[in-house]
Structure formats: C-alpha cells, structure tokens
Write a protein that binds this ligand. Structure first.
Ligand code: NAD
Length: 377
C-alpha cells in the first residue's frame, strides 16, 4: 500500500491537511496513513481521533517513508530534505514569486501539486481550496471587525435609546466578499459592496447589499473566461476610486478582499480615504498577504491609520482552523480520489488529466508548470 504522511504544519499555521473523516476514507482505499503527532491539535483533532480513524501516529522521521505527503503549506527546506525522491506532495504552494522554492522542490525529485491552481470547472469544485478557505476568511473578517469595533452592528431600539446599524462596505465580491456580505447582513449591518466583475452585481444584490461601481463599457467587459477579475485601466481605476472615496467616508467598517490571480493585490483604499472615515471605524485587509488593498496595512498586525483600526491578520482561514481544516482535508481527499483506480484501487498520477496539468508544479527533477517553467533553468 502507498504510504500517506500527514504533516504537522509550522508555527503560525493551525490547520491540518487531513481529518478523521478523510483518514477513514483513505484507509478504506488501502492507503497506509501516518499522522505526525500533534498535527491536528490546533484544529481540535486529537491524535487519538486520527488513530480511531485508522491512522498510525508517527514522528517527523516517518516523512522519509512517505509516497504521498499531505500538507496545508508548501514544505520548508528541512521538510523537503526529509522526503524521499519521487514523493508526491499536495499543498497550497503559493507559487507566484516563489520560483526558487519551486526549483528546490524540483531538485529534490518531488512531484508537487499546488492546490490553489485547481481549475474552476464543475468537476473540480470539490477540490477548490481557494473557495473553501476564502469563504471562511470572509466570515472571519466580519467577526474580527465586529470584535474591534466599539459599537454594535445591528440597530437596537431600547428604552435607553437607539443604537444605529453599522454600515459595512465590502470591496471585492468573490467568494470571501460574498460570505463577508452575508455574515455582516446576519449581524444586522447595512451592507454595500463593489467589484470590477459585472457578474458580481447580481450576486451582491441577491444577498441584500447595495452594489457600488462605475458601470461603464470597460466594466461590462471586465471578466476573464475563468471568471476572474482583469487588471483594470488607470482611467477606470481613477473613476472608481473617486466613487469609492465618497462612499467610504460614510462607512463604519470596510472589508477588502480584492485579488487578481498571479498579480499583486490592487490598491483600493488610500490613507486619505481612511482619514475620511469616523474615528473608531475598522478596516480589514484580507489581501494583506498579496501586497494589500489598503495603503499602510501591515501583515500580521493591527495598525491605526487616520483614526481607523486596520486589521492585517495573516492566514485568516487559520483563525477558523477547525472548520478550515475539515474543508481543506475534503478538498485534498477529492483530488486524491481521482488518482485511485475504482477497479484495481491502484494509485497513479495521469499526466494527461486536465486537473493534473493545471496543478502539477514539479516532476522528474523539473519545474513542469507552464507558468513557472523558467525557474528550473
Ligand atoms: P479572487 O479571490 O481572485 O478575487 C476576489 C474578488 O476581488 C473577485 O470577485 C474580483 O473580481 C475582485 N476584484 C479584483 N480586482 C478588484 C478591484 N480593483 N476592485 C474591486 N474588486 C476587485 O476571486 P474569487 O473569490 O476566487 O472568485 C472569483 C470568481 O470566480 C467569482 O465569481 C466566483 O464565484 C467564481 N468562482 C467559480 C468557481 C467555479 O465555477 N468552480 C469556484 C470558485 C469561484
């Protein structure tokens, strides 16, 4: 049987790449599963839970015996050194801008899959880690904002007077943004949102939020075939910024989630915009790890800019670790399951499978992904 090793992640990562449920299902498929001791602890999964599901609890040394390694994050240099040549590693690889790390994994003879490059086609929906994790990040962004905000979100009419509803503005209405809208609505806020993709308009409206955007010809054409945002022209960005500036001044909470695949995050909120908000307002920058949507946001900390608390938490899905792990583990399982023959139960990577082509970064000593192939030279 092929051996699967479930790694305990490094500091700052509370998630784990397997759950008792996926271990049970992988065991039933004849894999031998070794879980590194403590791997699930920060996600509320005890070693004994993994054991009961059919795993053996091991140590880091067991990584050397693994045919397949399941991880949340890309392996570090010592991790890479501990895997055998030919091992297959599944993780969120954060490949853009990290070409040296990809080359290192290639040199070690690892076959690596970047889960975040999974194509957004119907067949791959159960494997979509970007969606499963962004959904939780959007939820958590509102919880974090509500926690830091010194006022209540819902309108409260009491004998002692009325507390007005908070105004929440969500920038970027993709998976994270839509969940942020829904969460803020559930908490009773008055919610508005913006996006550069025209398809977002209806989705925002269906959640009961107001859509704010410059809807010109460029906007109407601003979606790629893959459903992602395009880089907008400078002229459009200027018009949109003026509209947003006017709107932001009236908001209590701003949550930014805007990303463009493979590019730095677009800068949407300036210091001047923050300064225009009431003192005590809160802004959450979910794009902080990709350069940030908010000018001055700092990855991993809360800064006060123009009287506004700017939350730059890194790894927001990891702040809802138990839920995030459960979904991430299912995403990985769904991908692995496609590689196991239903008849013979044999595990094999099919290089012609479109999911493999889209996600395989390194194989046979080379960086094989077309977006990154230069790095192996
Ligand atoms: P993302 O994380 O890449 O970006 C977040 C949002 O930011 C996107 O909606 C994007 O349009 C927006 N954005 C980019 N630049 C902006 C700017 N300058 N101003 C305002 N907003 C800006 O996107 P995502 O959340 O991963 O999803 C993008 C789309 O893909 C969504 O429509 C989503 O529903 C769709 N999707 C499809 C599938 C599928 O079919 N399997 C799966 C997941 C998501």
């Amino acid at each position: 049987a092929s051996v699967i090793f479930v790694a305990r992640e490094g500091a700052g990562e509370d998630r784990v790449a397997a759950s008792p449920e996926t271990v049970k299902r992988l065991s039933a498929m004849d894999f031998a599963i070794v879980v590194e001791a403590g791997a699930g602890a920060a996600s509320g999964i005890a070693d004994s839970d993994f054991e009961a599901a059919g795993a053996r609890i091991g140590s880091r040394a067991d990584a050397a015996t693994a045919d397949i390694v399941l991880r949340v994050n890309r392996p570090t240099t010592p991790d890479i050194a501990s895997y055998k040549s030919g091992a297959i590693v599944f993780a969120s690889m954060d490949p853009y801008g990290n070409e040296a790390a990809l080359a290192e994994m290639a040199r070690a003879g690892l076959t690596t899959f970047a889960m975040e490059l999974m194509p957004r086609i119907t067949r791959a929906q159960p494997m979509d880690v970007l969606s499963s994790q962004a959904n939780l990040a959007g939820y958590r962004a509102v919880i974090d904002a509500a926690h830091e905000y010194g006022r209540a979100l819902p309108m409260m009419m009491t004998a002692a007077g009325t507390v007005p509803a908070a105004k929440v503005f969500v920038m970027g209405a993709g998976v994270a943004g839509l969940q942020a809208i829904a969460t803020a609505r559930r908490l009773g806020a008055v919610v508005s949102a913006t996006d550069v993709r025209p398809a977002a308009k209806e989705q925002v409206a269906s959640l009961g939020a107001k859509f704010i955007a410059v809807e010109d010809e460029e906007f109407k054409a601003a979606e790629t075939a893959g459903g992602y945002a395009k880089q907008m022209s400078e002229a459009y960005q200027a018009k949109q910024a003026a509209l947003v500036a006017e709107h932001i001044a009236k908001q209590d909470i701003v949550i930014t989630t805007a990303l463009i695949p493979g590019r730095p995050a677009p800068r949407l909120v300036t210091r001047a915009m923050l300064a225009s908000m009431k003192a005590g307002s809160v802004a959450v920058d979910l794009a902080v790890e990709r350069g940030g949507n908010i000018e001055g946001s700092v990855k991993g900390s809360i800064t006060t800019i123009g009287g506004v608390k700017v939350l730059g938490y890194a790894n927001v899905p990891g702040r809802v670790a138990a839920s995030a792990s459960a979904l991430y583990a299912k995403n990985l399982f769904a991908f692995l399951e496609t590689m196991v023959s239903k008849e013979t139960r044999a595990f094999a990577v099919d290089p012609d499978d479109e999911l493999v082509k889209a996600t395989m970064l390194t194989h046979g000593g080379q960086v094989v992904h077309p977006n990154f192939a230069d790095a192996s030279a």
